[in-house]
Design a protein around this ligand. Sequence first.
Ligand code: 3PG
Length: 403
Amino acid sequence: IDELLAEGVKGKRVFVRADLNVPFAKGTTTITDDGRIRAVQPTIAKLAEAGARVVVASHLGRPKGTGVEPEFSLAPAAARLGELLGADVAFATDTVGSSAKETVAALTDGQVAVIENLRFNAGETSKDDAERGAFADQLAELADVYVGDGFGAVHRKHASVFDLPARLPHVAGYLIATEVGVLKKLTDEVERPYVVVLGGAKVSDKLAVIDQLLGKADRILIGGGMAYTFLHAQGHEVGISLLQKDQVDVVKEYMKRAEDTGVELVLPVDVLVSSDFPDLKTKAPADFETVAADAIPETKEGLDIGPKTRELYASKIADAKTVFWNGPVGVFEHPDYAGGTTAIAQALVDSSAFTVVGGGDSAAAVRILGFDENAFGHISTGGGASLEYLEGKTLPGLAALEG
Ligand code: 3PG
């Protein structure tokens, strides 16, 4: 992007593909974590300062692709971007229709506009090259230059991520450059001990990265919903906890490989369990108890790692030189089940390691739980994107920027 700025962008329409996919408080338009908006702000601000007419585009959530669905509107994100920039940000109520065309045509030098959620148009996510291409053709009419800076979406082969850069002169923005720089450190030149903390709900989403990490990490600490599939694979009953039965055999094989290769795979020793999933809206006090991980009652589900596990995991993190953390280890959105995720975040803050928090949920968690983001080495804006990078996959959005 510095080269583009040096060439001069005054009066040029610059399309910035951002990832403004931010979380909202349940059922409202209140943004609970604006980290992704703040992360792309330097790119947008620099372009505006240089006199570009900046057209910002993003997806939000997973709408059906059949037109506007108000709960997935980017309007609140556009308003927040305006507050951060301290400038009026124009908003187009469609993606490539008359509102977008008029809004972009009305931009003056240095002004910023946001167009509506790209996924309101089926062409954005289509598996059909021609359908995606047709949408990309329409998007290309809105701009002269493309800046890719939506790191959180670079693993998606979507029209605005993959097809559009092929139609316009293109460069990477500051956020993508920073993110890739950090993840390179974890793959090419990692300092040991290298400890990985994996949480989140779905084992199946993380299998490929566990596979890769078995050859690279020194310790893998497992938490969150996926831990119960591991505990089950170890031969324990897990009550009504989240369990991916179809993954048990794969997990068993990983546990065996970890043992053979000397990778320490660490599972919870105690968990908080309850018969009910907590109410995340009212946050009413939960009725829970702490049990050993091998004694989960038949009628209860695990919702957070217990105090002994928190201590154990903190001790496994304490002497690390590098830590990568993806996925909350409990239902942190409820105060009674936030203790585990808080303990992991605190262990990262307390360690002298280079710490990377990857994943929309864990990144949001550390901020929502009140941690200072500067206390971490890097907080990635990419969940799936950072995992797929670590898996060594070719990411469509990065490949397109290189081409
Ligand atoms: C994310 O939240 O990981 C990115 O914004 C990508 O969203 P997606 O998983 O809906 O493609």
